[in-house]
Design a protein around this ligand. Structure first.
Ligand code: 5AD
Ligand code: SF4
Length: 440
């Protein structure tokens, strides 16, 4: 018997990259690789990179600097760059970093086994095409690993929205939705392997318009309703959404589909109409607020999360104040905020940037407000009972960790708790980033 080769993957960025890393591991599993948690043991190291914000490429080069001694010690070691930095800077990486053996973009990793064979034979390989074929249809399947309680499922990729700051339309390409029949069968397979909660992924997931088994175009709402019929699938989530694709049927689904969790990540980016326009978001603050009203009418306990960019070119103090007002008006359960970072090739990259001191101050002010809201939302859970899907044992004996419907991390104690259970938990305390409780 030959010993299997070992694969170490380091994943940066979004949940879609996490999903892609799993697929790449499966694809290389078919070539005889097994996963390892230790880069030192690996025969192949893949960095699955993110290009969304600053210093992405620099991070990759400094990581490569750290990996170089491993390669010097074991010239057999192969190093690959995958993901969005690979897509954006493939040839440049090959030129600048001789330690790199292969570069593969997010749309071509089904070709990894062939690329791997080529680099094993001593060559180098680059593939950053946007091929006509669907990678998911052509992915080799390695041994089917046992699954945890929760899983991601990519249903849509790419983006046609072209927000002025965003690199995704260039790194991930145009919007493509996967056929619904494939997704339903993958979801059934995940459930058969123990998954109880599926998060549907897409850069613009609520713009999903995949072909249905009936030959018609299905919306995300239609897909969600169909998935909800799978026995043993207890929870469905989806991320990330654009306000303009929040269709009537999807809003209705939030009131009608009980396995669709009451949590929605709906980025707005800014609370100023002037800045929204400059960002090419194509909606106003009032339209966003009206949308939230409709969602809260059908699902009053909906927990909202969002993304914000501070210091977009042209953002004045008054614009930023409007972002703070919007956050106060909405009351987010959690939110992510970022300093604007000019991305090469995007329209906003041509515009004058604000001083970094301004960005820092605004980020601090916004994050303080968001943290305050998040703490208050968590504190409001104390004394209430929530459903928790348990994922793994906690650090303390007898403790189990899981997520509430609203995506809080919950540490619970109680008799006979095991991963994969969905239990009522009475919340007894709120820590900065999690809740504690007792299973009832
Ligand atoms: N600068 C700062 N933040 C950005 N994001 C996307 N592009 C940029 C950029 N150029 C943020 C947005 C998006 C999240 C995933 O990352 O808020 O919703
Ligand atoms: Fe990074 Fe965005 Fe690409 Fe995800 S989609 S890997 S966050 S650049």
């Amino acid at each position: 018997m030959t010993t299997p080769r070992k694969l170490f993957i380091k994943t940066y960025g979004c949940q879609m990259n996490v999903y892609d890393s799993e697929r790449m591991a499966e694809a290389l599993g078919a070539s005889g690789y097994v996963g390892t948690d230790r880069a030192e043991d690996a025969d192949m190291i893949l960095l699955n990179t993110c290009h969304i914000r600053e210093k992405a490429a620099e991070k990759v080069y400094s990581e490569l600097g750290r990996l170089k001694p491993l390669k010097v010690a074991r010239p057999d070691l192969k190093i690959g760059i995958a993901g969005c930095v690979a897509q954006a800077e493939g040839e440049e990486i090959m030129r600048r970093a001789p330690v790199v053996d292969l570069v593969v973009g997010p749309q071509t990793y089904h070709r990894l086994p062939a690329m791997e064979a080529k680099v094993r034979a001593g060559g180098r390989a680059v593939d950053t095409e946007f091929p006509a074929e669907d990678k998911f249809e052509h992915l080799p399947r390695g041994p089917r690993a046992k699954r945890g309680v929760t899983a991601f499922l990519t249903v849509q990729e790419g983006c046609d929205k072209f927000c002025a700051f965003c690199v995704v339309p260039y790194t991930r390409g145009a919007e493509v939705s996967r056929p619904a029949a494939r997704l339903l069968s993958e979801a059934r397979d995940l459930v058969a392997r123990g998954v109880r909660e599926i998060t549907l992924l897409g850069q613009n997931v609520n713009g999903y318009h995949g072909e249905g088994p009936d030959g018609r175009s299905w919306t995300l709402a239609r897909l969600v309703r169909e998935l909800a019929g799978i026995d043993g699938l207890w929870r469905i989530r989806y991320t990330t959404s654009h306000p303009n694709d929040m269709s009537d049927d999807l809003i209705a689904a939030h009131g009608e589909v009980d396995v669709l969790m009451p949590y929605l990540h709906l980025p707005v980016q800014s609370g100023s109409d002037k800045i929204l326009k400059a960002m090419n978001r194509k909606h106003s603050v009032a339209q966003y607020l009206a949308l939230l009203d409709r969602l809260r009418t059908v699902r009053p306990d909906l927990a909202l999360s969002g993304d914000f960019i501070v210091g977009f070119p042209g953002e004045e103090d008054a614009d930023f104040e409007q972002t703070l007002s919007l956050v106060r008006a909405v009351g987010y359960h959690s939110a992510f905020s970022f300093k604007y970072s000019a991305r090469p090739g995007t329209p906003a990259a041509e515009r004058p940037v604000l001083p970094d001191t301004v960005l820092d101050a605004r980020l601090q002010a916004l994050q303080a407000l968001i943290t305050e809201q998040q703490r208050a939302a968590q504190q409001a859970m104390v004394g209430r009972e929530v459903d928790v899907l348990f994922e793994k044992p906690g650090r303390m004996a007898g403790q189990m960790v899981g997520k509430s419907n609203y995506l809080h991390a919950v540490h619970a104690t109680g008799a006979d708790l095991t991963p994969g259970q969905l239990r009522r938990v009475r919340i007894t305390a709120s820590a900065p980033n999690s809740l504690a409780g007792i299973a009832v």
